[in-house]
Design a protein around this ligand. Structure first.
Ligand code: BF8
Length: 613
């Protein structure tokens, strides 16, 4: 069982070998123990929505073709998909709600640890809402989540043609809470049993995530913590320092991690760390927390989703602090094999084996200090004989908010449009999403991104793809050398990499904003743009919601792992072709990253031809 088939990241390979040697279990081992995985589950044809079941449909057509209630494979697959979209939209939007809540407390003067770092963006938002005070804006944004009737504010950013289409289809969303509740209602026994109707509501729900909950998260995080600007940092496990207190922040919401950044740079804390025998306090991130802190603070990234256990297994982590989402419960038992303190902070997310230090906005600063102190005090418990830190890290450039891109282009998107028109940039590829041990870690990401840039496709990245690209050196300006001549020229003139890191997964809303701005500037719909999306190694329900809102917004999207819909030919066909006639875009599934990139390039070329480029 070669580690090279598990990960293409040399640091992860080194740690996988180390784990094997010391008998530490990882996600890859657990995946193996799950084999063979349930075929009904893989096809999406099992239903546990009521207690007449569980029911399953025989995919070979020899056994049951209906559940006890009479649900067919089409109904079961569509219902399951709708529940996944609901869960994904809920995760993003609940994150957005937490940020909105914090914003409200800040405005009311009840969260003294925070301030407003981007007052200009705050002004722009107030103008957009037609309001003249931050308090009114906070109330209006809080109100978005539960809006009983549409429209939600940010769908006004969508090109008019698209908005019209959504209205015509009845998928112009109301508040995300309402859409999610309706998902749960419709999938209850005996409610919505029309697969097309179910999927249309899935699209509506996902739009209320992308253009609602997620976008609120991004916009208000920028207001509170600052809108990202280009900066340099480093990625991979080599950022862990052998002689310092290593504090790893993991999860998603910057509300907590930004406070930890502030606490860790407090001179008293650094002094305390020195007193404990450490040279300093070293902070690094995992998953989207890493992306958030990198984008705004230049904090280095230790790794992406599948790196989390391996990072803990270095034996050099004093504390791993987590909030919500993509945090493996396996970290609890693993932490107990080392001196590492595994610290949970969200009332919504507790873990076996974790120390719970609950975080609240009004006391955020103190809790952050307490956490940093706990990490420092743990430094002496580290067993140097068990420390193994792969000496591997790569320089990376990040911080490409839409505002930063516009400013790098000299104040408008025109130079980008010109480059697209002239063909120096063939089109835009948005490559995002997770790791999944079903695919060699980062292989899907890197194979696809390399192929795209080689073919002059400018890549926009977020989430775990961004970290994969950072680790592989694709986020440095020098990576322009690996791009086709046209893209290379543009990148070198601007001093930027051919792959632009736009942030965390909620920041895919930045890509939506950029797409809408480009389409508006060209006077076309988003579905007319020479652009394509991809999630080569996706695994989470959030990714399902993302895929759905990206396609609903008009962007052809390629998935690298097969979604559990293949048990219904009708649903699979609707998603991979029929949707084109409905929302002007559809999904494709292609596990081979180079072939997947070719599908994206073919689509980009056909869009160029239609635009007469
Ligand atoms: O929200 S890409 S594994 S970290 S779900 Fe999770 Fe997937 Fe990574 Fe961020 Ni997004």
């Amino acid at each position: 069982n070669d580690v090279r088939s598990k990960s293409m990241d040399p640091a992860c390979q080194e740690m996988l070998r180390a784990c094997e040697k010391s008998g530490l279990e990882t996600a890859w081992d657990r995946l193996e123990k799950q084999q063979p995985q349930c075929g009904f589950g893989e096809l999406g044809i099992c239903c546990r929505n009521c207690n007449m079941g569980p029911c399953r449909i025989d995919p070979f057509g020899e056994g049951a073709s209906r559940g006890v209630c009479g649900a067919t494979a089409d109904i079961i697959v569509a219902r399951n998909l709708l529940r996944s979209i609901a869960a994904g939209a809920a995760a993003h939007s609940d994150h957005g709600r937490d940020v909105a809540h914090a914003f409200q407390l800040i405005v009311e003067g009840k969260a003294p640890s925070y301030c407003i770092k981007d007052p200009e963006k705050l002004d722009r938002l107030m103008k957009e809402y037609g309001l003249d005070s931050p308090a009114l804006l906070a109330a209006a944004i809080m109100n978005e989540f539960g809006k009983q009737d549409g429209p939600i504010q940010f769908t006004r950013r969508v090109p008019p043609q698209r908005l019209e289409l959504w209205k015509k289809l009845g998928i112009d969303p109301r508040g995300v809470d309402r859409e999610i509740v309706e998902c749960m209602h419709r999938t209850h026994i005996g409610v919505d049993n029309d697969y097309v109707n179910l999927i249309l509501h899935g699209l509506r729900t996902s739009i209320s995530d992308g253009w609602g909950g997620s976008m609120i998260a991004t916009e208000l995080q920028d207001v509170i913590f600052g809108t990202p600007k280009p900066l340099f940092s480093e990625a991979n496990m080599g950022v862990i320092k052998p002689d310092q207190v290593n504090l790893i922040v993991h999860g998603h919401e910057p509300l907590l991690s930004e406070m930890i950044v502030a606490a860790a740079s407090d001179p008293d804390m650094i002094e305390l760390a020195r007193n404990e025998g450490a040279k300093g306090i070293n902070l690094a991130g995992i998953c989207c927390t890493a992306n958030e802190l990198l984008m705004r603070q230049g904090v280095p990234m230790a790794g992406n989703f599948l790196s989390q256990e391996l990072i803990m297994a270095t034996g050099a982590v004093e504390a791993m602090v987590v909030d919500v989402q993509c945090i493996m419960p396996a970290l609890g038992p693993l932490a107990s094999c080392f001196h590492t303190k595994f610290i949970s902070t969200s009332p919504k997310a507790k873990f076996p084996g974790a120390t719970h230090m609950e975080f609240h906005e009004d006391t955020a600063g103190e809790t952050a200090k307490e956490i940093v102190r706990t990490a420092i005090k743990n430094f002496r418990n580290r067993d140097p004989s068990r420390v193994q830190i792969p000496d591997i890290k790569t320089r990376c450039m990040a911080g490409f908010s839409v505002e930063a891109i516009v400013s790098a282009l000299g104040g408008s998107l025109d130079p980008l449009i010109e480059a697209i028109k002239s063909g120096s940039i063939r089109g835009i590829g948005a490559v995002v999403g997770c790791n999944n041990p079903k695919i060699t870690q980062d292989f899907g990401h890197i194979g696809m991104v390399r192929e795209l840039i080689k073919n002059n496709v400018l890549v926009l990245t977020t989430g775990c793809n961004a970290q994969a690209c950072a680790k592989a050196g694709l986020l440095q300006p020098e990576a322009a050398e690996k791009a086709g001549d046209g893209l290379k020229g543009v990148c070198q003139a601007l001093g930027v990499p051919p792959v632009l890191h736009m942030g965390s997964c909620v920041d895919i809303s930045r890509i939506l904003v950029a797409a809408a701005a480009l389409a508006n500037a060209l006077g076309v719909d988003i579905s007319d743009l020479p652009a394509a999306g991809a999630a080569p190694e996706w695994m989470s329900e959030k990714a399902v919601s993302i895929g759905a809102y990206v396609v609903s917004s008009g962007v052809f999207t390629v998935l690298g792992t097969v979604p559990p819909v293949m048990g219904s030919k009708a649903v699979a066909e609707l998603l991979t072709s029929g949707a084109k006639d409905v929302v002007g875009a559809c999904f494709a599934v292609e596990p081979d990253p180079v072939k997947a990139a070719s599908l994206m390039i073919e689509h980009i070329d056909s869009q160029r031809r239609k635009l007469g480029l």
